[in-house]
Design a protein around this ligand. Structure first.
Ligand code: HSE
Length: 450
């Protein structure tokens, strides 16, 4: 069925101003243009990018052609009374934050893909938007083209969400996949990820887990109705992972993934990003390359899994445009009828604390390079037993790295059952002090995701 665009019902297009036209901005412009009639049928009126601001005006002009106003000054977009929605695709929390707050103050709705900005300054931004009666939409900020914000905020709204575990950084998933399948070193694969354009401008945000922590922080807020608290997230990246551990994990039936985890416990919320062993038999363990996937456990629905491209021009544009359509449908509605920014009504937020890492409960993979002597295993397992840490599996392997003068050394790999991080930390100190433990012990957390 076509909508009636006769004179009586015609509504002028929603006018959109775009701040920053790089990879995602040009994807947004192109998809909006290509699918304009399909999008108009859904939104109820046309959506047009009529103004673009970019410091590189030549690049912007080349991307949008002659019919769109191109300016070098983002404030000219915000000052334009005809613009209904501002899309912020600048990134970071510097000028982007100032411009988003100025756009809100000017009464514009905002669509942003800026996970860093929302994870760190979300509370201030959402409060400003609510006070002004405008929407800030951010589907593109988490897992690119996967509609995970929509799923958490609306599709799963009946549920008490128990936990979320996601592969939410494509760069690190690509690196881990390549390290596993090709046995390559971390550094060589990072260069390839940068060449393919997956990595952030500053790739340390990817490899140190910061980007994933930004996204996990946003999801934790929506899942549990708590404020965004990036500063309280535990963040550990993949730079210390060796292909040796990836191989041992595989022999034990696990893959190593960088997971962003948000888990509800009676005493608080676990919010953490770190490499994790995941059983190979889980679907999420088989998410390879730069793809993203998010598992959500709800009390009513059980386990759900969302999979797709977490970055890239048109996948991210898909999420940006979904937000444009939502705003187009809702902008004339009473603000009280809109979906709250963080899924829960602002006056009904929970004060459940983010738990310190010492209180996190998980299981572990440990690798100890030990002297190949009688009694070493007994000493190590004795320390774990005294700490009341239950062992799930033990593997002894001649490491590929061991040879020559180190031939009387061996790798001892231990999988444990759940215990608190504090208890494991204390046991690790005691094991490390054994004279027969010859190198720093490798500790990688393990999530069964059952
Ligand atoms: N650098 C990010 C990633 C891009 O690798 O997933 C999308 O946020």
């Amino acid at each position: 069925m076509q909508i009636d665009l006769s004179k009586e019902t015609y509504m002028k297009p929603i006018q959109v101003g775009l701040l920053g036209i790089g990879v995602v901005g040009s994807g947004t412009f192109n998809v909006l243009k290509r699918n304009h009639s399909e999008i108009e049928r859904r939104a109820g009126r046309a959506i047009e990018i009529t103004m673009v601001a970019d410091l590189d005006t030549e690049r912007a002009r080349a991307a949008v052609g002659p019919d769109v106003t191109v300016v070098g000054d983002a404030r000219a977009v915000i000052a334009n009374k005809d613009i209904d929605i501002v899309i912020e695709l600048i990134g970071g929390y510097g000028i982007a934050k100032t411009l988003v707050l100025e756009a809100i103050a000017a009464g514009k709705h905002v669509v942003t893909a800026n996970k860093a900005l929302l994870a760190v300054h979300g509370t201030e931004i959402f409060a400003a938007a609510s006070a002004k009666g405008v929407m800030v939409a951010f589907e593109a900020a988490v897992a690119g083209g996967i509609p995970i914000i929509k799923a958490l905020r609306e599709g799963l709204t009946a549920n008490r969400i128990e936990w979320i575990a996601g592969i939410i950084n494509g760069t690190t998933n690509f690196i881990l996949s390549e390290m596993r399948s090709k046995g390559l070193d971390f550094a060589a694969v990072l260069q390839e990820a940068q060449r393919l354009g997956y990595a952030e401008a500053d790739p340390t945000f990817d490899i140190e887990g910061v980007d994933a922590a930004h996204k996990a922080t946003i999801m934790s807020a929506i899942a549990f109705g708590i404020p965004v608290q990036f500063g309280k997230a535990y963040v550990e990246g993949i730079t210390q992972l060796s292909s040796q551990d990836i191989k041992y994990a595989e022999q034990l039936g696990y893959r190593i993934k960088l997971l962003g985890i948000a888990k509800r416990r009676p005493e608080g919320i676990e919010l953490r990003v770190h490499p994790s062993l995941v059983p190979t038999k889980r679907l999420i363990a088989n998410v390879e390359g730069a793809m993203n996937a998010v598992m959500v456990q709800g009390d009513a629905v059980g386990t759900t899994l969302y999979y797709g491209k977490g970055a890239g021009s048109e996948p991210t544009a898909s999420a940006v445009i979904a937000d444009l359509v939502d705003i187009t449908r809702l902008h004339t509605a009473d603000a009280a009828q809109r979906v709250p920014h963080l899924a829960f009504q602002p006056n009904a937020m929970s004060d459940l604390p983010i738990l310190p890492m010492a209180q996190v409960v998980t299981s572990y993979y440990l690798r100890l390079r030990v002297a190949d002597q009688t009694g070493v295993l007994a000493k190590v397992t004795g320390i774990l037993a005294e700490a009341d840490i239950s062992i799930d599996a033990v593997l002894q392997r001649e490491s590929d790295e061991v040879g020559g003068s180190e031939a009387n050394q061996t790798d001892l790999i231990i999988l444990t059952h759940d215990c608190t991080e504090a208890r494991m930390d204390a046991a690790l100190v005691r094991m490390q002090a054994l004279p027969t433990v010859l190198q720093n012990i490798v500790r990688i957390r393990k999530e069964e995701l059952a």
